[in-house]
Write a protein that binds this ligand. Structure first.
Ligand code: NDP
Ligand code: AKG
Length: 431
């Protein structure tokens, strides 16, 4: 597809026109929804460029006294429905195109579950495994100061993503608070409970993946008890997803992370694998399962495949090999548009990221509300409200997919883009 001529107005000059990366995938997804937007279609160009893009230099002292520089980003894709909201990723391969796409998928996701946010995302191009804890803290604090210009509890609220966690959120909250001279717990979500974090946030994304998995399984007549599940990525999202499916009686037949792939047709012992990862840092070397070559992960016989690592893992090169009846996207952007078409043709149901992994931001919304009111809810209450929102959003999207005879991804984009562009239309353009 020649993106240059198909999107003459959509290409910011700061991107490589020959390789738009994940941003190119997002543009194609927007093109697929455009015919369904009716009169709101006149606003669709709004979605094809981020509202605000900040690139920052993050210099720190390494422990040995040298100065190192890292590139950081914060992108606010859209704020028509409310402040920007989305995670912060620390990874050596982070690019601007990637952060733009991740921010855009946040706009869609937040609208799909109807939380009052726009979409944003951030990242630093750094391998956190190469830093000491003190260096990681310095990178986090300097980055937070640099993006402090555009974040804030009513402006844009970061949260955890790949390689960031509660500890990183605590540093971000503290740095922002120091800079403005007052404690602002609502500036980030995914914080430690003792700093205004919410019960259930750590597990929320995996819990949401499991809830939509249950709903979809019921509709295609798949019994979760006994179902075979393969999971790529065993961090926050993949780990919790695996735990909940295993507790519901599913067999987790394969798990892959960056360093290895383990396979057991009878079902991997997930608590034992979790202990192994906590002590060694990877699933590799887990003694109670067979090791598989990396690429064979995609050939594993299973009923449910959960990509829960990075973007562009399911491509035209491996989509034809996938044995699952359904793919539940725990990761953001794991399936390219061409792979989506292949899975569709093969009748593999894809539950798209923009609904499947929305549990995390939904409980982030609960955290933000709790911080503003300084009144904290029980975990039971949080999980009940999460399940209600996830099930309600899933039903709406399923219905739209049936009505328009489109994929669940396009259906989610129809619902979300209509909400975003309706808000844009109501607000108008001029101050
Ligand atoms: N955290 C959240 O609340 C949310 C996260 N997401 C998305 O879910 C995905 C995972 O995020 P999260 O679980 O938080 O991140 P974590 O950092 O907790 O875990 C990432 C996992 O992915 C693995 N991984 C990284 N690269 C590869 C690779 N090339 N092949 C196989 N496995 C790989 C990592 O393995 P290793 O440790 O070996 O590097 C690790 O197991 C991302 O796409 C993120 O954007 C979506 C919604 C919310
Ligand atoms: O909890 C949040 O605010 C955002 C989580 C996130 O980054 C995501 O959903 O991809």
């Amino acid at each position: 597809m020649n993106l240059h001529s198909d999107h003459p107005h959509a290409l910011p000059s700061y991107l490589d026109r020959n390789d738009l990366g994940p941003w190119g995938d997002f543009l194609q997804q927007v093109d697929r929804v455009t015919p369904y937007l009716g009169k709101l279609g006149r606003w669709v160009e709004t979605l094809k460029r981020p509202k605000r893009t900040l690139i920052v230099d993050v210099p720190i002292h390494l422990d040995d006294g040298r100065v190192a520089h890292y590139e950081g980003y914060r992108v606010q894709h859209n704020t028509s429905r409310g402040p920007g909201k989305g995670g912060v990723r620390f990874h050596q391969d982070v690019t601007l195109s990637e952060v733009m796409a991740l921010a855009a998928w946040m706009s869609i996701k937040n609208a799909a579950v109807n939380v009052p946010y726009g979409g944003a995302k951030g990242g630093i191009r750094v391998d956190p495994k190469e830093l000491t804890a003190a260096e990681l803290e310095r990178v986090t604090r300097r980055y937070t100061s640099e993006i402090g210009l555009i974040i804030g509890p009513t402006k844009d609220i970061p949260a955890p993503d790949v390689n960031t966690n509660e500890r990183v959120m605590a540093w971000m909250m503290d740095t922002y608070s120091m800079n403005i001279g007052e404690t602002a717990t609502g500036v980030v979500t995914g914080k430690p409970i003792d700093l205004g974090g919410s019960l259930g946030r750590r597990e929320a994304t995996g819990r949401g993946v499991f809830i939509v998995g249950q709903e979809a399984a019921r509709r295609i007549g798949l019994d979760i008890a006994g179902a075979r599940v393969a999971i790529q990525g065993f961090g926050n999202v993949g780990g919790v997803t695996g735990k909940l499916f295993a507790e519901a009686g599913a067999r987790i037949v394969a798990v892959q992370d960056h360093a290895g792939t383990v396979y057991h047709p009878g079902g991997i012992d997930i608590p034992a694998l979790t202990r192994h990862v906590a002590s060694t840092g990877s699933v590799a070397g887990f003694p109670h399962a067979e090791a598989l070559p990396t690429d064979q992960f995609w050939d594993v016989e299973c009923d449910i495949l959960v990509p829960a690592a990075l973007e562009r893992q399911i491509t035209e090169a491996n989509a034809g090999r996938i044995r699952a009846r359904m793919v539940i996207e725990g990761a953001n952007g794991p399936t390219t548009p061409l792979a989506d078409d292949i899975l569709n043709e093969r009748n593999v149901l894809v539950i798209p990221d923009v609904i499947a992994n929305a549990g995390g931001v939904t409980v982030s919304y609960f955290e933000w509300v709790q911080d503003f009111s300084s009144f904290f809810w029980s975990e039971e209450e949080i999980n009940e409200r999460l399940a209600k929102i996830m099930r309600g959003a899933f039903h709406t999207i399923w219905q739209v997919a049936e009505d328009h005879k489109v994929s669940l991804r396009t259906a989610t984009f129809i619902v979300a883009c209509q909400r975003i562009l309706h808000a844009r239309d109501l607000r108008g353009l001029y101050p």
